[in-house]
Design a protein around this ligand. Structure first.
Ligand SMILES: [Fe+2]
Ligand SMILES: [Fe+2]
Length: 317
């Protein structure tokens, strides 16, 4: 069963087909890997990266801890950023427009809420551990976010902050799948090391993609429908059906993701055929080979300057 071409309609509804009638078998303790609805419905908060939690613990334990550092960490970790986006977009704030950028979400949520989220995230870590989530996945998300922001700036777009957030969220589905079905998703991860693309391995073993799961989680957490569209299309499926401005954003996100993979920073298990696709997407966006080379160098510099956010500090700050 292949969900590769599923898209989310502009109002945020998933366009369904007869394939939606998958069995919804959920047990008390586990969820079946084929039960994508059960996986989405039962998904709770995702733990932050191990190093993020370690770093936060050190900062929050200090008297008069620096919220500037906490905020910077939250904008680098996809799990914490997703939680803040979820809270800022909840009915609690009664906003008429959904919030599409992590910076704006943090302003809406405010310091006490952010501090509470970080405390709880650290406690969850102590209680539940990280399971099998590869830590490189968090770093890949950060690298993609930085690449997306840079690409939007290079194109003179006003939405660089929103595209950064979409980059940070683009593989949310993978984090959820590692959390919910670690054994099965671990087997998919192994298949990608033997030459199969991640998309092919997911289609073969699950019948749906992490892009679909990420978009559905975004919808469940009331993210703007545009972020959900970007997430579901970040590997290209369904993008051609969308209008030109959205299609351009998707191509920028795709390119950001492909550049992060090509640099080999963080988790790069999704890298099969990436070079050919990168060339194609870069051409679509009118980036020359020379410009792509320069972009890679800039992304590497940006990523290196931020990597300490996702690295354990020995000084506790
Ligand atoms: Fe992906
Ligand atoms: Fe990715």
């Amino acid at each position: 069963m292949n969900f590769a071409h599923r898209t989310i309609a502009p109002e945020g509804q998933v366009r369904t087909s007869k394939h939606d009638a998958l069995p919804c078998v959920s047990t008390k303790h586990t969820v079946s890997p084929s039960d994508w609805k059960g996986i989405v419905n039962s998904a709770g908060d995702i733990p932050p990266a191990r190093c993020t939690a370690e770093r936060l613990r050190g900062i929050l334990a200090q008297k008069g801890s620096s919220m500037r550092q906490v905020i910077e960490i939250c904008s680098c970790d996809p799990a914490l950023a997703a939680k803040i986006m979820k809270v800022a977009n909840s009915s609690l704030y009664g906003r008429q427009r959904q919030v599409g950028s992590i910076n704006q979400a943090m302003m809406i949520a405010g310091i006490p809420i952010i501090r509470g989220i970080c405390f709880r995230a650290c406690l969850t870590q102590t209680r539940d551990g990280w399971g099998d989530i590869p830590q490189g996945l968090y770093q890949h998300s950060l690298c993609t976010a930085l690449a997306c922001q840079l690409l939007a700036c290079k194109k003179g777009k006003s939405y660089s902050s929103e595209l950064y957030t979409a980059g940070l969220m683009h593989d949310l589905g993978k984090l959820v799948l590692w959390r919910q079905i670690p054994g099965d998703y671990g087997n998919i991860h192994k298949l990608t090391q033997s030459g199969l693309s991640n998309t092919e391995a997911e289609a073969e073993r699950l019948g749906y993609s992490h892009a679909l799961i990420g978009a559905l989680i975004g919808k469940k957490w009331s993210f703007p429908s545009e972020i959900c569209q970007l997430v579901i299309c970040h590997h290209g499926a369904g993008a051609s059906e969308l209008d030109a401005p959205l299609s351009e954003k998707i191509n920028l996100l795709r390119l950001g993701n492909l550049l992060a993979h090509s640099l080999g920073l963080g988790d790069s298990s999704d890298n099969s055929g990436a070079d050919t696709t990168l060339k194609h997407v870069a051409n679509t966006l009118n980036f020359s080979d020379h410009e792509i080379g320069l972009l890679k160098a800039e992304i590497l510099k940006l990523y290196t300057s931020k990597l300490h956010m996702l690295t354990i500090s020995h000084t506790g700050s």
